[in-house]
Design a protein. Sequence first.
Length: 289
Amino acid sequence: MQHSRAITRKSASNLALAFVLLPKAKRDGMSALYAFCREVDDVADEEAVPAQQRREQLADWREDIRRACAGAAPELAVNRELQPVIQRHHLPFELFDELIKGVEMDLDIKRYETHEQLELYCYRVASVVGLLSIEIFGYRNPRCRDYAIALGKALQLTNILRDVRTDAERGRIYLPLIELARFEVKPEEILRHEYSERFARLAADVAGRARHFYRRARESLPAEDRRAMVAAELMGSVYWRLLRKLEGRRFEVFGPEPTRLGKGQKLLLILRTWYRFVSGTMTPNYGSP
């Protein structure tokens, strides 16, 4: 697990943070999965490399993970570490393929016309990770898959709202153009990092869709699987708090630094989630009015 652990430690992401609540075997499994996700995402985002070359690199990753899922010998170090996890938890190639299709969308698409188009992207790059993760966590009720899909979309929409400026610097606007038109926000304003009340209303509307998916996740999490989903629940709590913070700032997201939770806030959420886990009161800590 040397490569996977190094990638996970270096990332310092909220997803990696959630692993602290897992037993070692599942923590290692999630580190290997996270490392794969991080590597393919980094390939797509490396804009110093021509798009066609990145496309070829992602094709190599697709073929290598196909070998790993089929029981053949993968060539890439991360996939070699991931292969035992794939075999132990029966992770299907089709989900890895969907994830790669998601990051490939960033090579071709700089704008999304509708919520439906954006939702497909969110499903591929976030819900699919959730579907893979719950296999590692272990679950009993098939409704847990609905939970993973909804929570993934909620987290990704929160990411999109936080990263409007960062994405604009890459020429990307994920907020649907149909909504930009409805709130009279021109794409050029976002690319110039111009904040306005019109943008705040646009972002609040997208936040409403994120809240919808948080509620769906909260409602679809089976009671018998709540303890197994402790790491996912921590993710939900962290990103829900982040969404509330963005709302409190009226989505002023064009400053030089993205909105984040402080280390103290994250530590408190870890402690609260762990307490609820050990005390048996694992009701979702997000999606409330």
